[in-house]
Design a binder for this molecule. Structure first.
Ligand code: ZN
Length: 242
C-alpha cells in the first residue's frame, strides 16, 4: 500500500481539537489510524465515537475506552479523573458503548508497522523515558511502532546500543536497522507543555513521519467541559497543555 496515514491518539472527547487536526491535515492522507482513548476527560464522547466509527480505518482501544465501558474499580484515580469516568459511563449511548466494547486491544499490525496504546506489552503501561523504550524493545516486532497514552509528542529511537528521545514537532526520516517507538502526541489533552493539538502523518513508502501541532478552540472545549458539570481542573489543564 502506497498511502499516507493520519496517526491520532488520545482524542479524549474533544471535538474542537479533532476538527482543527482534520482541517490542518486535509488532503495529506488516505487512511486514519487511532491509538485509543477516544473518550473520557472531554465533554463529547458520543460525537467522537460516531466520528471514529465512520472515518477511522484502523483502531485499538485505550485504557480509558476500556474503563468507561466496564465496572472496573477506579479508586486509584484522582478525584477529577474518577468523576470523569463516572460522567462518561453515564453519558455514553448504547451504540457508543457497543462500539467501544468491541475495539480490539493492541498491538495491531498495519502495512508493516504496529500500533499500541501504552506499550507493546501492556495498554496501561507508560513509555516515559529512553529506559522504558529499551525495555519495550524485547516485545517489538516491527521497525516502526506508534504508541500513545503519555500524551507527549515524540517518542524514541531504539538501537541495540541504546535509546534516545525524538524531538517534536518536526520531520523524522526512518532509517533502516533501527527501531522506532513514535508518539503522535495527544489530539485532545496534550501534556507536554504545548496546549496545541498534536498529531502525526506517516508515509511508509517514503519512510517519513511528520509531527505536527495545531492551535484549536480551547475556550470552546473548556466551556463544554464546564457546562457538562465535569471538574474545572479538566477544563483548566487544556489551556496549559499539562
Ligand atoms: Zn489518554
Amino acid at each position: 500500500m502506497r498511502v499516507a496515514f493520519l496517526v491520532l491518539s488520545d482524542i479524549h472527547a474533544n471535538t474542537e481539537a479533532l476538527h482543527a487536526v482534520l482541517t490542518d491535515a486535509q488532503g495529506r492522507y488516505e487512511r486514519i489510524v487511532c491509538l485509543g482513548d477516544l473518550v473520557d476527560y472531554g465533554a463529547e464522547p458520543n460525537q467522537i465515537v460516531e466520528w471514529a466509527r465512520a472515518n477511522v480505518a484502523f483502531i485499538i482501544r485505550g485504557n480509558h475506552d476500556r474503563i468507561c465501558v466496564s465496572d472496573e474499580p477506579i479508586e486509584q484515580y484522582n478525584p477529577a479523573a474518577r468523576v470523569s469516568v463516572e460522567w462518561t459511563r453515564n453519558a455514553l449511548t448504547a451504540e457508543s458503548r457497543a462500539y467501544l466494547e468491541n475495539l480490539p486491544r493492541g498491538p495491531l499490525c498495519i502495512d508493516g508497522f504496529e500500533i499500541v496504546h501504552g506499550s507493546p506489552m501492556d495498554e496501561d503501561e507508560y513509555l516515559f523515558g529512553p529506559g522504558d523504550a529499551i525495555y519495550a524493545l524485547e516485545s517489538i516486532s516491527a521497525p516502526v511502532t506508534f504508541f500513545g497514552h503519555t500524551h507527549v509528542q515524540g517518542g524514541f529511537l531504539v538501537t541495540r546500543g541504546g535509546s534516545k528521545r525524538i524531538a517534536a514537532p518536526g520531520t523524522l526520516e526512518i532509517e533502516p536497522d533501527h527501531f522506532y517507538l513514535l508518539n503522535p502526541g495527544a489530539v485532545g489533552q496534550p501534556r507536554d507543555g504545548d496546549p496545541r493539538a498534536a498529531y502525526a502523518l506517516y508515509w511508509p513508502d517514503r519512510r517519513v513521519v511528520e509531527y505536527r501541532r495545531v492551535a484549536y478552540d480551547i475556550a470552546g472545549a473548556a466551556a463544554k467541559i464546564r457546562n457538562a458539570g465535569l471538574p474545572e481542573a479538566l477544563a483548566a489543564r487544556l489551556f496549559m497543555g499539562v
